[in-house]
Design a protein around this ligand. Structure first.
Ligand code: GRF
Length: 215
């Protein structure tokens, strides 16, 4: 087997995407090694999940820092010592400063619960319902300095049905998320997906449109 890709996974809460990645590794679907799970929130349930699987965890509590710059420097220093191939934002609810993003250029991936570029930022389900959208979805993208705006790698869309509430969209979306991060990471691991100078290539071809997740 080829060398696994190495990951640092950043979380803030439940960590169900983290769990899906752990399970994909444990069942041999994903050739990766999680070097650390980092949380800005000491109460994040994802830390419990990580510990159950004997993963190294690290809390950098944002309540202990009064500037984003200082917080990001500490996070950056820690991640530089680990030096993972990829930094996976799996529900990490902090905006990262441009200096941090530059330090790990083209190695940071995020999952976002909308069909980007629509609905950047927070409360995407509610906003989609307020606008009577008929489709909503999930995107995995490369992180660049502009919020939720880096090249989109994989997207999944699903129908919004009459009478849907936030919880309905969330349930539909999260089920897809759990399949999508393992998929993208395994393409990276297989070198089916490569990133060169901020551009994403799939099967050697420049990705001009996001890949549509088949479900
Ligand atoms: C997901 O919905 C993800 O799209 C968003 O934060 C949520 C994290 O969920 N960025 P979990 O902590 O992985 O369960």
């Amino acid at each position: 087997m080829t060398k696994p890709i190495t990951l640092a996974i950043l979380i803030s809460g439940n960590g169900s995407n983290l769990q899906a990645i752990i399970e994909a590794i444990e069942t041999g679907q994903l050739n990766a090694e999680i070097k650390a799970v980092v949380s800005n929130n000491p109460e994040a349930y994802g830390l419990v999940r990580a510990t159950r699987h004997n993963l190294h965890t690290w809390v950098i509590n944002d309540q202990d820092y009064n500037s984003r710059k200082h917080y990001d420097e500490v996070l950056r220093h820690y991640l530089e010592t680990i030096d993972p191939d990829y930094i996976v934002l799996a529900g990490f609810m902090r905006i990262l400063s441009p200096g941090f993003i530059d330090a790990f250029e083209h190695r940071i991936l995020n999952i976002h619960p909308s069909l980007l570029p629509a609905y950047k930022g927070l409360n995407t389900y509610q906003r989609a319902l307020d606008n009577a959208e008929t489709q909503h979805g999930v995107s995995i993208h490369l992180v660049t300095a502009e919020l939720d705006a880096g090249p989109i790698i994989l997207q999944a869309s699903y129908a919004v049905e009459a009478g849907d509430r936030v919880e309905d969209l969330q349930r539909r979306g999260i089920q897809l998320e759990h399949q999508m991060f393992p998929q993208v990471l395994s393409w990276l691991s297989d070198k089916r997906l490569t990133i060169k100078e901020g551009q994403v290539f799939y099967d050697q071809a420049l990705l001009e449109q996001p890949i549509q997740f088949d479900h």
